[in-house]
Design a protein around this ligand. Structure first.
Ligand code: ADE
Ligand code: ZN
Length: 326
């Protein structure tokens, strides 16, 4: 069997997916129209989903967020995101969403009501189990980060299992969020952060050593510091890598190159998992992403299997469930 077919066929766990980055273009336009949000002119809606760096991507991501304003909008986009993941072989999904980007339109508990209803319906209809990770936008800063964690804890629901940070990584390293992460860990929330997507290896080190994250989202620039690679390998740090994203937001624009960061991370024995990040916004879906990545990164069946086992281990499933999944 060709590696692409094997990659497409295997059951998958997705640990790095953004709800708003999963909004289908047709849904984006429909929600914008319904909610009175004017969009830039386009002939084909896919023209809106074009960028070649993280900052330009985030501008469109924010526009998509602004189209999502009511609990039933959240229900729709969560259901669609998880249905798409299930269609690509996704069995279990932990996904981010960006509460601050909708706060002008509805309360945090109202957002949760819509998303959790979409998660339940997707599980009933497609058998895909999911959990939610509210994410704090780094540019909002550390003080708001602590308030964000208090908000998440105050409105805790069973399916909300941890917190993350995303958006632009620069200029400050993750260490400025030390208090936020200490508080999240003290409250029993799982913790992860985007780091090393465009930021330097030192940011990956801060994420691991200062924030004590359970996994690093992206993390590619770890490869620039061989000592850190070795430390992460020895400590079994998990990385949620997103092959297609690297083509748009990073300097690693050739997945087939032997020095692509993800290939080097796998070669170095780091615990890499494969994920989609913002599938329609990066022109992919879970099945296509695994097939494309397996071929371009020249993954062997054993490497692909290792990525999947890594995803089980890196997930925030309980230990009993992890044992049965392995
Ligand atoms: N939000 C959604 N996708 C992101 C990414 N790749 N990096 C930072 N923030 C994001
Ligand atoms: Zn991301």
């Amino acid at each position: 069997m060709a590696i692409e077919d094997f990659a497409r066929a295997i059951p998958k766990i997705e640990l790095h997916l953004h709800l708003e980055g999963s909004v289908r273009p047709s849904t984006f336009v429909a929600l914008a129209q319904k909610n009175g949000l004017s969009l830039p002119a386009f002939d084909d809606v896919m023209e809106l989903y074009r960028y070649d760096n993280l900052i330009d991507f985030l501008k469109i991501y924010d526009l998509v967020c602004r189209a999502v304003r009511r609990p039933d909008d959240f229900h729709r986009i969560a259901y669609e995101a998880l249905s798409s993941a299930a269609a690509g072989g996704g069995r279990y999904v932990e996904f981010f969403f960006s509460p601050h980007a909708h706060a002008e339109f509805l309360s945090y508990p109202e957002m949760l009501d819509g998303i959790l209803a979409g998660m339940r319906d997707a599980e009933t209809d497609h058998g895909v189990v999911s959990r939610l990770i509210p994410a704090h936008a780094k540019p909002l800063g550390p003080e708001k980060g602590v308030a964000f964690v208090e908000m998440v804890a105050e409105h805790r629901r069973d399916a909300v299992i941890g917190i993350g940070t995303d958006y632009d990584e620069l200029p400050d390293g993750p260490a400025v969020f030390r208090a936020m992460y200490e508080r999240a860990r003290a409250l029993g929330l799982h913790v992860t952060t985007h780091a090393g997507e465009v930021g330097p290896a030192a940011f990956v080190r801060e994420a691991v050593e200062v924030l004590k994250v359970e996994r690093v989202d992206h993390g590619y620039h770890v490869v620039d510091d061989p000592a850190l690679v070795e430390e992460c390998r020895a400590a079994g740090v998990f990385f949620t890598c997103c092959p297609s994203t690297t083509l748009y937001t990073t300097e690693y624009t050739d997945l087939s190159a032997p020095d692509h960061a993800i290939r080097r991370m796998i070669d170095a024995g780091l615990k890499v998992t494969l994920n989609t990040d913002d599938p329609p916004m990066f022109g992919t879906d879970l099945g296509a992403e695994f097939a494309m990545a397996a071929k371009a990164l020249a993954l062997t069946p054993a490497e692909l299997k290792t990525c999947t086992i890594n995803a089980i281990d890196a997930s925030w499933l309980d230990e009993g469930t992890k044992r049965t999944w392995r």
